[in-house]
Design a protein around this ligand. Sequence first.
Ligand SMILES: NC(=O)C1=CN([C@@H]2O[C@H](COP(=O)(O)OP(=O)(O)OC[C@H]3O[C@@H](n4cnc5c(N)ncnc54)[C@H](O)[C@@H]3O)[C@@H](O)[C@H]2O)C=CC1
Ligand SMILES: O=C(O)/C=C/C=C(\O)C(=O)O
Length: 486
Amino acid sequence: MKEIKHFINGEYVGSASGKLFDNVNPANGEVIARIHEAGEAEVDAAVKAARAALKGPWGKMSVAERTEILHRVAAGITARFDEFLEAECQDTGKPKSLASHIDIPRGAANFSVFADLVKNVPTEAFEMATPDGSGALNYGVRRPKGVIGVISPWNLPLLLMTWKVGPALACGNTVVVKPSEETPSTTALLGEVMNAAGVPAGVYNVVHGFGGNSAGAFLTAHPDVDGITFTGETGTGETIMRAAAKGVRQVSLELGGKNAGIVFADADLDKAIEGTLRSAFANCGQVCLGTERVYVQRPIFDAFVARLKAGAEALVIGEPNDPKANFGPLVSHKHREKVLSYYQKAKDEGATIVTGGGVPDMPQHLAGGAWVQPTIWTGLKDDSPVVTEEIFGPCCHIRPFDTEEEAIELANSLPYGLASAIWTENASRAHRVAGRIEAGIVWVNSWFLRDLRTAFGGAKQSGIGREGGVHSLEFYTELKNICVKL
Ligand SMILES: NC(=O)C1=CN([C@@H]2O[C@H](COP(=O)(O)OP(=O)(O)OC[C@H]3O[C@@H](n4cnc5c(N)ncnc54)[C@H](O)[C@@H]3O)[C@@H](O)[C@H]2O)C=CC1
Ligand SMILES: O=C(O)/C=C/C=C(\O)C(=O)O
């Protein structure tokens, strides 16, 4: 059986404890590999390697040299596209048709985009008057923050891990990554690409394991980690913030959501249906930006529900290699238990189940997979947990509204504030409503349309900080002001 080891100081190493755990393919329930679980010793070795690399060749490189290497990393991912695709789809069960368009290309782009960005970013300068008349000049320089701890989730494993590692390395930091225990493979494979691209040993390190009382907690508690970036559940974000408080380390947190889609009666219905189908069901609903609450203006409510139902029922459920499949399993049986508990709750609370609500019949060879049906409900109260809590599954609740004011109030009614999608052909309304939605990201007549130069992150309990474009520099560098008296 294949073993997945840590990547420390440029080498793959096993755990001294000999502790390993299973890596399971959620499409069929088969164990595909055994993963080494890091103890404190491995985490400490990884952090030490990262610190040494920062003081060594990586820290001494010019921006031009560093960014040239990062372009080679991007090219290395692209050159081994099929291996990354296979590994990602085995870990997550997601359709190759999806991962080949989103996950793997973004894994490469996250290095090339930030390599280009740091070469071209300007700095600030202020001339000032002084009492003696000679003046002074202030200018800012950015320096790497140091050793960055990266805790990444399982829903878009390569995409979200490189979304952090790309800018971190472009800014001259070194990293220790703890990928999700569910999806370690592409993070592990990236070590080979780093070596081949000439990334010095110790710049990119990977430790595997779980969160609490395991590699995740050991990494976030390590006193020699200078900053921690995390994507995942809000509760986990709070735990990580507490760990980071010791030693006053900065955090960048992209946390949970319960995002609202608002469909006005003047929307282009074809566009709104296509976008909402993606925002509710893409990646089996396991996207933090996804729409689990849909508010539809009353005159088009029935038509919208009927068309979304037809679209959900036309999704093709299947394994990653099935070229027709556009809907895969959930990431694990543990996560399926959570999602199905909400399906049950919706039933218990008297929801109208428009479609789905259970587990699909799958052929024998996929019967061990973590499958659920795409599900749509109507008729639940606004305070139902199904409507207020992040389910992170392929499901949404649709509710009618009458006025613009009511829609805004409903959208803003929860403590989350990650993303929202507004569907209307009235540009004035689009601007007006978008400006009042309490979220870090608002799409108008689109969903998941991403320009990597833009600010990305959540308001309220959906996170702290913004990453993307120059905003990533705020977290991955220290801005130092130098004041020169002339
Ligand atoms: N992108 C997102 O917004 C994601 C949201 N979730 C949500 O979180 C729920 C639970 O899923 P989990 O996989 O348990 O998510 P999680 O947020 O707990 O895990 C994400 C990462 O954090 C690590 N982690 C967990 N506890 C930690 C700790 N105490 N210290 C350091 N690292 C820690 C995990 O090992 C994993 O690498 C899901 O049902 C979903 O609602 C899960 C994954 C991604
Ligand atoms: O950066 C992106 O394009 C996508 C981000 C998605 C998440 O952060 C998520 O699903 O957790």
